[in-house]
Design a protein around this ligand. Structure first.
Ligand SMILES: [Zn+2]
Length: 154
């Protein structure tokens, strides 16, 4: 997961999550990223280091020669690293939750309707089945996956 601070031509700033850095470029090129305030698709990345949530997100450790980060979906880890990673994931998830509207199981439907301009764009979160997520991806609907920690399910 990579978070970018984005800005539209009218100077609005908003944050968006992407599965990978290349996703922003691809979605931006095809006009799939719109400002949630004015709908402009003239959107650029703001100068800010992207927040990347990976197993590397631990201070004091040199960047390792790891392969490209895979989409974060779950975050199950073990050992000492697991604690720091869990805290980072928790903070990330809480921020997402604080800035989005929970649409529950209607997520896939809402995301698709926004993507095709049937309803106003806004930041939403919710749940979807694996099949729904695959269909969204195939339709080019931009969305991110929030890692859900075990305690969030309680
Ligand atoms: Zn705007």
């Amino acid at each position: 997961m990579i978070k970018y601070l984005l800005g539209c031509a009218s100077g609005h700033e908003f944050e968006s999550w992407f599965r990978a850095g290349a996703d922003f470029d691809a979605q931006s090129r095809s006009g799939e990223i719109a400002c949630p305030l004015c709908g402009s698709i003239d959107v650029v990345k703001q100068p800010m280091a992207p927040s990347v949530v990976t197993k590397r997100a631990r201070a004091g450790r040199p960047p390792a020669q790891e392969p490209a980060p895979a989409p974060v979906a779950g975050g199950a880890t073990a050992g000492a690293d697991g604690v720091a990673v869990r805290e980072a994931l928790k903070a990330f998830t809480q921020k997402v939750i604080a800035n989005t509207e929970d649409v529950g199981p209607r997520f896939a439907e809402e995301a698709r309707r926004m993507h095709f301009g049937e309803i106003e764009e806004r930041q939403i979160r919710g749940s979807s089945t694996v099949e729904e997520a695959q269909e969204l991806a195939e339709d080019g609907v931009p969305f991110g996956i929030i890692p859900v920690l075990p305690e969030d399910l309680n």
